[in-house]
Design a protein around this ligand. Structure first.
Ligand code: HAM
Length: 420
């Protein structure tokens, strides 16, 4: 029998690369944690209806990409394809919006699932770090989120990313635009599926990647010309706040995004080293989502950054994160008695908060020293029968190569001192 492999479109995170993923999640969430966002965790699956209503019946995500299942009890569930609908559902369920402290600011980190055609940067299981600010309409909140994502990418060391910005209008002006666009699109020479799309989700037609379609779209009505005064003023304020913060962005009136809940501000972070799957993150305002899933009116805004693509972007820019070695001390026993004694020292070090590891399996000195090297430990402790007879261990500084005998009883304290 052949061995099992990870399912198509998925991959495992194994050391040492997995450390980069952990660090990326940490760096992306740090600015959020410092800006009043509280951590939220929701289940990996939800009732399928939440996404159908929230993300939208006309989106690819809902119609083609959801992993749905019926439980033995007859519940219709879906693995979560995104986080926003779940987080809003959870906030409503916990009445966070009623605690009198709006906006409710939340951040999350986890796995998401979409049945997409796998390719470089596009997976069926991927991970996001996201942020949602629920219950407040304020251009400064939209700006805050974009600035924090920019800060996160910059502190990772990324440079070749760009911010695309657009406004999709609100429930007043977008329907007017939608109709004007539909009238224009219905006269074009398009295939059946695209014709259907005109009726369900005409803005998505603007997103069509095919050259012959794009050619026909040159004179399409522009959303910008249809924005109501309130939306225009709101968008101008977001732009002004970003500019004042020194965050560069590009206006992109074609930016539509693949989820139906967006209103007003939408944005995407794209990286130029990633080929076709260039969006490393995206988000926007979703003022109507709460009502769409049965809640009160709660204008909100958020984003999600893709961890997988952020790691690919780091690799594309050859950015090496400064990941300190996880082990500070590595113990190498020579013989049975030394094994017992050094295992005790390692336990003592760990209890004192010093990261320590041990050469398990009774290997010889050479093999064990190789492992010590690989661990990145600054110090090794070596002890054999003769050392024990003299009541000492050999303490080696792996950086300078210096080695000295230290009384066994003082080894832990000496290491604590040296490691500061
Ligand atoms: P999204 O644009 O669908 O937005 O996903 C955000 C990011 O997740 C993308 O920019 C990409 O980096 C990553 N991503 C999405 N699909 C895949 C995939 N198949 N493989 C690898 N990475 C992927 C949302 O999910 C919204 N919930 C964002 C949001 C939050 N809007 C408001 N609040």
């Amino acid at each position: 029998m052949s061995t099992f492999q990870a399912p198509k479109g998925t991959y495992d995170l194994t050391p040492p690369r997995s450390a980069t993923f952990l660090a990326v999640r940490e760096v992306i969430s740090a600015p959020l944690r410092d800006s009043g966002y509280g951590y939220i965790e929701t289940p990996g699956f939800e009732n399928v209806e939440l996404f159908a209503r929230g993300v939208g019946e006309s989106t690819d995500i809902v119609t083609k990409e959801m992993y749905t299942l019926t439980t033995k009890g007859g519940d219709q569930l879906a693995l979560r394809p995104e986080g926003t609908a779940s987080v809003l559902r959870a906030a409503l369920e916990a009445n966070l919006h009623k605690a009198g402290n709006l906006p409710v600011k939340l951040w999350y980190s986890g796995s998401y699932y979409r049945y997409e055609r796998p390719q470089a940067g596009r997976y069926r299981h991927f991970s996001q770090v996201g942020a949602e600010a629920i219950g407040t309409e304020d251009p400064a909140l939209d700006a805050e989120l974009i600035i924090l994502a920019d800060q996160a990418y910059r502190s990772l060391g990324l440079r070749r990313f760009r911010i695309l910005l657009n406004s999709l209008g609100d429930k007043e002006c977008r329907p007017v635009y939608r109709e004007a666009l539909q009238t224009f699109l219905r006269d074009l020479d398009l295939d059946e599926e695209t014709r259907r799309r005109i009726e369900i989700n005409p803005l998505r037609v603007l997103d069509d990647k095919r050259a012959d379609v794009q050619k026909q779209l040159t004179d399409a009505p522009k959303l910008r010309d249809y924005l109501c005064d309130a939306c225009k003023a709101y968008h101008e304020e977001v732009r002004a706040l970003l500019t004042a913060a020194g965050v560069a962005f590009e206006d992109d009136e074609k930016l539509v995004r693949g989820l139906d809940y967006y209103t007003r501000t939408t944005f995407e972070f794209v990286h130029d080293g990633l080929g076709s799957q260039s969006a490393v993150g995206g988000g926007g305002r979703y003022d109507g989502l709460s009502e769409m899933i049965g809640g009160p009116e709660l204008p909100s805004v958020g984003w999600a950054l893709g961890v997988d693509r952020t790691v690919l972007a780091l690799e594309a820019e050859s950015v090496e994160l400064d990941l300190p070695a996880t082990t500070s001390v590595y113990a190498v026993p020579l013989g049975e008695e030394a094994r017992r004694v050094l295992f005790g020292v390692v336990t003592e070090l760990r209890r004192a908060g010093i990261a320590a590891d041990f050469a398990f399996g009774g290997r010889g000195l050479k093999g064990a020293m190789k492992s010590a090297n690989r661990s990145g430990a600054r110090y090794t402790l070596v002890a054999g029968e003769r050392d024990l007879a003299e009541g000492v261990v050999q303490l080696k500084d792996m950086e300078s190569g210096e080695q000295s005998a230290v009384p066994l009883a003082e080894a832990a304290a000496e290491l604590a001192k040296r490691l500061g």
